[in-house]
Ligand binder design. Sequence first.
Ligand SMILES: NC(=O)c1ccc[n+]([C@@H]2O[C@H](COP(=O)([O-])OP(=O)(O)OC[C@H]3O[C@@H](n4cnc5c(N)ncnc54)[C@H](OP(=O)(O)O)[C@@H]3O)[C@@H](O)[C@H]2O)c1
Length: 331
Amino acid sequence: MDKKIKWGILSTGHIAGKFADALVLLPGAELAAVASRDMDSAKKFAEKYQIPKAYARYQELADDPDIDVVYIGTPHAFHLENSVMCMRKGKAVLCEKAFAINADEAREMVRVAKEENVFLMEAMITRHIPLIKKVLAWISESLIGEVRMVKASRCARGEFSLGGRHLNPALGGGSLLDVGIYVISFASMIFGKSPVESIGLSHIGDWGSDEQGVAILKYDKGEIADLSFALRTVAVNDAYIFGTEGYIKVHDVFAVPTKASLFINKQEKEVIEEPLIGNALNYEAKEVMRCLKEGLKESPLMPLEESIQIMEIMDHIRKPWGLVYPNDHGI
Ligand SMILES: NC(=O)c1ccc[n+]([C@@H]2O[C@H](COP(=O)([O-])OP(=O)(O)OC[C@H]3O[C@@H](n4cnc5c(N)ncnc54)[C@H](OP(=O)(O)O)[C@@H]3O)[C@@H](O)[C@H]2O)c1
């Protein structure tokens, strides 16, 4: 029988719990340790998910020789520090989105991964959803002709506290890094290249972070992505891919991605309905384990160079907004 892959979870927040739920669905995964900044929190989390080891310092998880791969679920402002710490101890790392605060940090993470010869991936869930793989197949079969435009929106209205991570600039808060990254990454996946021009507008709220914004990206053959993102606005979470012969709508793709429709001559020609298994974080964890088993140091579904390019786009469009995060030297 194959040896199980031993996971450690770094942090005990909202998404860390969801990730623990997701691992249960993967027979090849063993959730072996959790680390928090607080022992009570680590113990509670360990009890809830029946994890044998609980640590009160992140460093202890990085030092644990039994752990193969660490899932980083801290706010974006700590992704560089936390992932470098784990990679320096030879751990593979799956790091939540936004991969980092800025492109410099992302480059440093990738540099360390290569230096230590360890696996590293940004946890961009959309890339691993089975429905998305079918949508990409429609595109590669040229069912909508040549792809010319992408229109996508990732918006939600949350009730956030100032101390919480979502809108707190000290923790990398704001709509661009939190949810804008989904739509930018989606456009990057569809066009498979970096834009040649990019601009963005945002509204900076009372707490000094961007509460909502738009980005327009233009590519070398005139393709355009029209993207919106918000944390305090109720809006849709759909994506459209417009081509020369037709278009695709991916319904609720950034919330519950289970349905896509193909339109030719304005008529719905085909619909895919693909229910999610679990909370969907299991798909990205599965991809990490596939890569580790095959000895890959990065996933072809979310290449490291692309994670850097996405951070570069975000750096560029937010520069005129005057939004500055910690470690934002040179932005
Ligand atoms: N893929 C997805 O669908 C998805 C969904 C939500 C969030 N995320 C990403 O996951 C990351 C965490 O988001 P979340 O919603 O889980 O946040 P959260 O509930 O606030 O949890 C973050 C955790 O990070 C740890 N942490 C370390 N230093 C911290 C600090 N100075 N302030 C606050 N927390 C600190 C804490 O764990 P300890 O107290 O245990 O140390 C905290 O519980 C973000 O980068 C976010 O973008 C991804």
